[in-house]
Ligand binder design. Sequence first.
Ligand SMILES: NC(=O)c1ccc[n+]([C@@H]2O[C@H](COP(=O)([O-])OP(=O)(O)OC[C@H]3O[C@@H](n4cnc5c(N)ncnc54)[C@H](OP(=O)(O)O)[C@@H]3O)[C@@H](O)[C@H]2O)c1
Length: 247
Amino acid sequence: VIEVVVSGAAGRLGSRIAALLRAEGDLSLAAEILSSTRDLSAIAPGRVLIEAATKAAAIEHAARASEVRAPIVVATTGFDPKERASLERHASVVPVLIAPNLSLGVAVLTDLVATASRALEEYDLEIVELHHNRKKDAPSGTAWALARAASAARGGDAEKDAILARAGDVGVRGKREVGIQAVRGGDIVGEHTVYLIGSTERIELVHRAQSRDAFAKGAVAAARFMGASVRKPGLYTMRHVLGLDPV
Ligand SMILES: NC(=O)c1ccc[n+]([C@@H]2O[C@H](COP(=O)([O-])OP(=O)(O)OC[C@H]3O[C@@H](n4cnc5c(N)ncnc54)[C@H](OP(=O)(O)O)[C@@H]3O)[C@@H](O)[C@H]2O)c1
């Protein structure tokens, strides 16, 4: 049985991950880390850590996991490139899976977006994401991941080409721009639309999460994948979990 520690287990996502883990036979919920938890000894050798709390918690807990050689699944989003690099550094010591979106559908959407972006290189790329009104980061980690996949497929760099807001005298649209817009309201679990807009037609690739369990299920699959005794230190994504990328 693979022992799993859930950080942020009282939160919207973490509580669903914990609930699903309780129903698994080959995985067990070994410990829950809450915002009040001071003692991190539950993060122990061989156990898989799932981070579903805050950025600061993820960075602190990942350091502990790396120290004790526990595989890490990071579901938390909103890291800047420096913070992300600090998490990725642990991959030289332990398996690290960074999943800005844990859903199976989004992993497939990313593939479709890359294919469309490569084939329709002249089409303008725009991404719109919608989330509930309590989400703290914008644009979403998933929107960024889609932007990276779309840009990389045509030889660009989303970090440089992303336009996160347009207001005032912004001039005509740059050819390489990848526009990303965030809408916030109510209880929307998560929606992403990638537009490829040409002069005579456009494609809209849409993913809609219907329940937070779309992510919680992915977290369980990720924990099973990361806890396998064959798993070597390195950087993994949901694409590896789904077999879309070779391990
Ligand atoms: N990858 C994905 O597919 C995916 C899907 C959904 C959400 N997310 C991300 O997951 C994160 C959590 O989202 P959420 O909607 O579940 O937020 P949430 O409901 O606010 O839950 C976060 C939880 O973390 C707790 N927490 C804060 N500091 C902590 C610490 N040091 N140790 C342990 N727990 C701590 C909070 O407790 P207090 O309330 O007591 O502070 C809260 O219960 C966000 O970054 C979100 O973007 C990712």
